[in-house]
Design a protein around this ligand. Structure first.
Ligand code: GH3
Ligand code: MG
Ligand code: MG
Ligand code: MG
Length: 311
C-alpha cells in the first residue's frame, strides 16, 4: 500500500508545468499490478497532457507494445509471477523498442537492487510514492531526448530526407494502409544521370550541392503526404499514397522536365543535370516486389537514353 496522493490536488501544478507545451502528447505505457497505483498514474499522466495506456497484467506487455507503440515505458518492479527487470528484457529484445526509455517505478529502496535493475535495461529508477511533478518531469526529459534521437536516426544527414531504412519502413506502412483503405499507391525510384561526371568535372562539393537542391526540389513539388527518401548515393525514392501509377508518372515527368531546365553553376561554368525515373504502381504485392518493378523501370529508363520516366 502506498500513501495515496490525491491527483486532483496536483492537477493545477502539473498543468502549470506543461503550460504552453504544444508538442504531440507522449505515448506512455504503464505496467503496474496494483490497480489503484495504475489508476493513479493514468490520472496524473492524462492531466499532464500525455496519452497513457495502462496494463496491470505483465502477460499483456507484448500486445500493448504492438497496439500502443509507446514512446516511454514505466514498469513496476514486483508483480505476481515476474519482475519489472524481466519485462524490460522482453521489451529490449524487440528491435523496435530497443532504445525506448524504460523507467522503473517501485517501492524498492535498496540502491544496489535499483542499480542492478537499471543495468538490465532501465533508464531511470523512481521510488514510490512518487511526486507527480517529478514523474512528469522525468517523462518529459526522457521523451524529448528519445524523440530527437529518433528524428536524427530516420534522416539522411546530407539532404535531410528520410534515409534508406526509414524509407523502407514507410513503404511497409503505406502498403498496409493502401490495403486497408483500398487505395492506390505508387512508388518511384530516381537516379541522377552521369553523376560521376558531375563530380569529376566540378568536384564533390558541387555534387553534394546538387543532391541537396534536388532534394528540396522534390519536396517542394510533391504533396505533404508523399514521402521522399534518399535511397543511396544519388538515388532517391518517392512513395505516393493514394496515387495511381499514371498520375505518378505524370507528376514525376513534370518534375523531371523542370529539374532538367535548371541552370546549375560551378564557379563561372554553367551546366544542366538530369535524372531518370522508374515508376511502379502497387498491385497487392509485397514491398520487395514493388521495389523490384520500380527498379526495373528505372533500368529501362537508363537504357532508353536517360532523362526520362518509365512506368
Ligand atoms: P548513370 O547515369 O548510369 O546513373 O551514371 P552515374 O555516373 O550517375 O552512375 P554511377 O552509379 O556510376 O555513379 C554514381 C556516382 O554518384 C558515383 C559517386 O561518385 C556519386 N555519389 C554517390 N554518393 C555521392 C554523394 O554523397 N555526394 C557526391 N558528390 N557524389 C556522390
Ligand atoms: Mg507491484
Ligand atoms: Mg546510381
Ligand atoms: Mg546515376
Amino acid at each position: 500500500f502506498y500513501p495515496a496522493v490525491d491527483p486532483g490536488q496536483l492537477i493545477e501544478k502539473i498543468e502549470t508545468y506543461t503550460h504552453g507545451n504544444t508538442v504531440e502528447p507522449y505515448r506512455v505505457l504503464v505496467l503496474d499490478d496494483s490497480r489503484a497505483q495504475a489508476k493513479f498514474m493514468e490520472t496524473v499522466l492524462k492531466k499532464a497532457g500525455m496519452t497513457a495506456h495502462i496494463i496491470t497484467d505483465p502477460m499483456q506487455i507484448i500486445n500493448a507494445l504492438e497496439e500502443f507503440s509507446p514512446e516511454i515505458i514505466i514498469l513496476d518492479m514486483y508483480m505476481p509471477g515476474c519482475t519489472g527487470m524481466e519485462i524490460a528484457r522482453v521489451i529490449r529484445q524487440q528491435d523496435r523498442f530497443h532504445s525506448v526509455p524504460i523507467i522503473y517505478l517501485s517501492a524498492e529502496e535498496d540502491v544496489s537492487k535499483q542499480l542492478h535493475a537499471m543495468s538490465l535495461g532501465g533508464d531511470d529508477f523512481l521510488t514510490k510514492p512518487i511526486d507527480p511533478k517529478h514523474l512528469v518531469a522525468t517523462i518529459h526529459n526522457r521523451g524529448r531526448r528519445a524523440r530527437s534521437l529518433l528524428a536524427l536516426m530516420i534522416r539522411d544527414s546530407l539532404t535531410g530526407l528520410y534515409n534508406h531504412t526509414h524509407t523502407l519502413d514507410l513503404l511497409d506502412q503505406e502498403i498496409v494502409r493502401a490495403r486497408q483503405k483500398q487505395q492506390p499507391l505508387s512508388f518511384a525510384m530516381i537516379d541522377i544521370d552521369y553523376f560521376k561526371r558531375v563530380n569529376d568535372n566540378y568536384g564533390h562539393p558541387i555534387g553534394d550541392r546538387i543532391l541537396r537542391s534536388l532534394s528540396i526540389f522534390l519536396k517542394q513539388r510533391l504533396r505533404k503526404t508523399d514521402h521522399v527518401g534518399r535511397y543511396g548515393g544519388e538515388e532517391f525514392v518517392i512513395i505516393l499514397p493514394d496515387t495511381r501509377e499514371t498520375d505518378a508518372r505524370n507528376v514525376l515527368n513534370e518534375i523531371r522536365e523542370r529539374f532538367a531546365e535548371l541552370q546549375q553553376r560551378a564557379g563561372d561554368q554553367e551546366f544542366r543535370v538530369t535524372f531518370s525515373c522508374g515508376i511502379a504502381g502497387w498491385h497487392d504485392e509485397s514491398a520487395q516486389q514493388l521495389r523490384e518493378r520500380a527498379d526495373r523501370a528505372l533500368y529501362d529508363a537508363k537504357a532508353r537514353g536517360r532523362n526520362c520516366v518509365v512506368l
